[in-house]
Design a protein around this ligand. Structure first.
Ligand code: HAX
Length: 440
């Protein structure tokens, strides 16, 4: 299989480099950790290694060294589509090279053959209460797929450490093949007639998703799906969903367990759930102002949100210090296709007004928009208006980034994670000692 061959060929050299860091350079100091970082959510502590993506605070995400515009330009596209094959992005993240059209199509073909979701998963989801949140259903669905884990089976049969990555890759491909079917079934179950959805083997990942969701403008939504899943795939390893997946995977839990932990993190309102909150905020503005407001009205509305003790969803970021290029790419998509849409115009006005408000408030380190500031608006335009579902979409995309990380973590034999904690008293003693030293 194409990804297996490519990774096998590269792996010996990567293993040498990884081993050398651990054996020969283990004492090299990278950074001094401060108490602010210890109590402040480990912000900026350099303690993870991944070659799959990197977030530059001043520029945004690079996938395997490529910026978003470069990725969208370089990856091969299905005939008649404006956005690239999702399978091409998966190849790029897994292998580290831009695929040819044949290589991207080979990944898409792998997904088709692996897309069947066993019936016990659907039965389990049907048995859940009607008001269960779709993210709960998605997490449960992924856990139910764990019965098929090849990694878990092979581990229990007895497998050499060097071989971990191979069943991990099988699991990763199976999971990413089934995830869109699972997500589309959850959509059908929650908001439509509950019928099981089916992959069309002639279509690619994006077009299949549009087909399974039953969106009216199939061509437009297929392109949006390709763009959306590519943009949401990876954001280096420190964000909550990626890190939770990595952490749980480091215990040698298989990718189904690991990714379901990541999905649980994605369901938090400061992380993936922000996309539904953001559209809610935009619609609230639209409703209360009777349409797209004036700049002054929006300025006041934004201040009212902040004075009410709430955050403005879709703005701010833990790492980025500029507008998120994932926001920019989606805004470009919207402005090229439906610039007159009221919510697009409103999102654009918010982009104009809110950063200044946040700057004036002086708290947020990054007053610029993040990926969530616009993603819901695009879904809404195509008729996917069930907000609760938006984080499920994010989850499908995120799997495309965290599973290559999982495979490579096993391939390089990355160890179980175990940071060290201190007591508050210990920290206070360190502070007292530092103060005494500087006084005397
Ligand atoms: N509105 C109001 N206040 C904000 C803010 C916003 N959009 N962004 C940051 N702040 C505030 C923080 O709440 C914090 O206040 P306190 O000191 O009172 O706690 C202060 O500014 C400093 O925060 P920060 O260092 O700039 O940001 P953090 O790294 O702590 O948090 C967040 C980053 C993304 C969580 C934050 O900016 C936020 O809450 N944004 C709104 C929610 C959101 O859009 N989340 C999605 C992020 C992207 C993502 O992960 N998607 O999945």
């Amino acid at each position: 299989m194409i990804l297996h061959e490519q990774i096998s060929a590269q792996l010996p050299a990567w293993r040498e480099r990884y081993k050398a860091l651990n054996k020969e350079h283990a004492e090299v100091v990278v950074d001094k950790v401060t108490i602010g970082q210890i109590v402040g959510g480990m912000r900026d502590i350099k303690s993870l290694v991944t070659d799959i993506s990197f977030v530059d605070p001043a520029e945004g995400i690079r996938f395997r060294g490529m910026s978003i515009p470069e990725v969208l330009e370089a990856l091969p596209k299905p005939a008649g589509a404006d956005m690239p094959y999702v399978g091409g992005l998966y190849y790029l993240l897994m292998v580290g090279e831009v695929p040819t059209a044949e290589q991207a199509e080979a990944v898409e073909a792998e997904w088709i053959t692996r897309s069947n979701v066993p019936s016990h998963v659907f039965d389990m989801l049907r048995a859940m209460p009607k008001d269960t949140h779709p993210m709960t259903l998605l997490t449960l669905g992924v856990q139910a797929l764990q019965t098929q884990s090849q990694f878990a089976r092979k581990y229990h049969e007895g497998m050499k450490k060097d071989a971990y990555w191979e069943p991990a890759l099988e699991d990763a491909l199976n999971l990413t093949a089934k995830l869109p079917v699972l997500a589309a079934f959850i959509y059908s179950l929650k908001y439509r007639d509950g019928r099981e959805v089916k992959i069309d083997p002639k279509l690619d990942f994006g077009a299949n998703f549009a087909q399974m969701l039953g969106v009216k403008d199939q061509k437009g939504y297929a392109d949006l799906s390709r763009l959306y899943f590519i943009l949401h795939s990876d954001h280096e390893s420190g964000n909550v969903s990626a890190h939770a997946t990595h952490l749980v995977g480091s215990s040698l839990a298989d990718v189904y367990y690991a990714f379901s932990a990541g999905l649980s993190g994605l369901a938090g309102p400061l992380h993936g759930l922000a996309n539904q909150e953001c559209l809610g905020w935009l619609l609230d503005v639209h409703k209360k102002m009777g349409g797209v407001p004036s700049r002054d009205e929006l300025y006041k509305f934004a201040w009212d949100t902040l004075n009410g003790g709430k955050v403005i969803p879709g703005y701010g970021h833990a790492v980025l210090r500029v507008p998120d290029p994932r926001f920019t790419a989606q805004m470009k998509f919207a402005k090229e296709r439906f610039p007159e849409d009221e919510l697009v115009r409103l999102a654009d006005l918010v982009f104009d007004v809110v950063p200044a408000v946040l700057k004036e408030q002086g708290k947020a380190k990054n007053p610029a928009p993040n990926v969530d500031a616009i993603s819901g608006t695009l879904q809404y335009y195509y008729g996917v208006r069930e907000f609760d579902f938006y984080t499920v979409l994010f989850g499908v995309g995120r799997a495309l980034g965290v599973t290559p990380n999982y495979v490579w973590a096993r391939a390089l034999g990355q160890p179980i994670e175990r940071p060290k904690s201190l007591t508050t008293k210990m920290l206070e003693d360190i502070v007292a000692k530092a103060n005494a030293a500087s006084a005397g």
